[in-house]
Design a protein around this ligand. Structure first.
Ligand SMILES: [Fe+2]
Length: 230
């Protein structure tokens, strides 16, 4: 399904590395839309619905906005599409793959339109030297390389904006969450029904970290029939 993006033909516009909290705490931010209108209220969150459609493929996931409308950015103009009025085969591929994908355990692909051009931020999270540290490589890729000055500036603005959102909102909060978790006062963390992404992720982390080598072979083998069937 990810092949539908045709990333091999996309342009790597920019990349950077950010430091973050514990990698699992950092990853939580990529797995739900529930926090958007709250944590990101001052940046982009007020434009977002707080619920998502969740799709899990084994430990891998996709979140999408449950909206009947989608924006198609053509070369000419922005066009709002009413998906409910379209046949399945009329819906463009870019609509079918939009949203936030995660490749377990540590990659997130968020697709969007920035400055009128289709882009994606591919984030790869790595554990840091200490349990409370991680670092994230952000790759900003674009379907088409921006050529004129205005488009290049718009792309830079979009990518810089994403750095601010992740660094000053998601990861700043994650660092505080990690401090709270490290206190040991909370024995459990409850993920609500609108936080399905966090449930799937942490259930898989728990399952794999508690598994013996023999268990791991069994767990991954159990995922294979569904892949083979497709
Ligand atoms: Fe966030």
């Amino acid at each position: 399904m990810l092949k539908a993006f045709e990333f091999d033909g996309w342009h790597l516009f920019s990349q950077r590395t950010l430091s973050g909290p514990n990698w699992k705490t950092a990853y939580d931010g990529y797995l739900d839309f529930y926090h958007l209108p709250v944590l990101h209220a001052n940046t982009f969150g007020s434009d977002f619905y707080n619920r998502a459609n969740y799709f899990a493929f084994g430990p891998h996931q996709r979140l999408s906005t449950p909206s009947r409308y989608a924006i198609k950015v053509s070369a000419a103009d922005d066009q709002k599409m009413d998906l409910a009025a379209m046949n399945d085969d009329e819906i463009p591929q870019e609509v079918l793959v939009q949203g936030v994908w995660t490749i377990f355990p540590h990659i997130s692909i968020a697709s969007f339109y920035g400055g009128g051009l289709r882009g994606a931020m591919i984030s790869q999270l790595f554990p840091g030297d200490k349990v409370g540290e991680s670092y994230t490589t952000q790759f900003y890729v674009m379907e088409h390389k921006p050529t004129d000055e205005a488009a290049i500036k718009a792309a830079h603005d979009q990518f810089d904006f994403l750095e601010i959102v992740v660094r000053d909102e998601d990861y700043k909060t994650g660092k505080r969450q990690h401090q709270a978790l490290q206190s040991g006062l909370m024995k459990d963390v409850l993920f609500g029904r609108n936080e399905r992404g966090g449930q799937v992720f942490h259930q898989w982390v728990d399952k794999l970290t508690n598994a013996s080598d023999a268990d791991l072979i069994e767990i991954f083998a159990a995922e294979q029939p569904s892949l083979a069937a497709e």
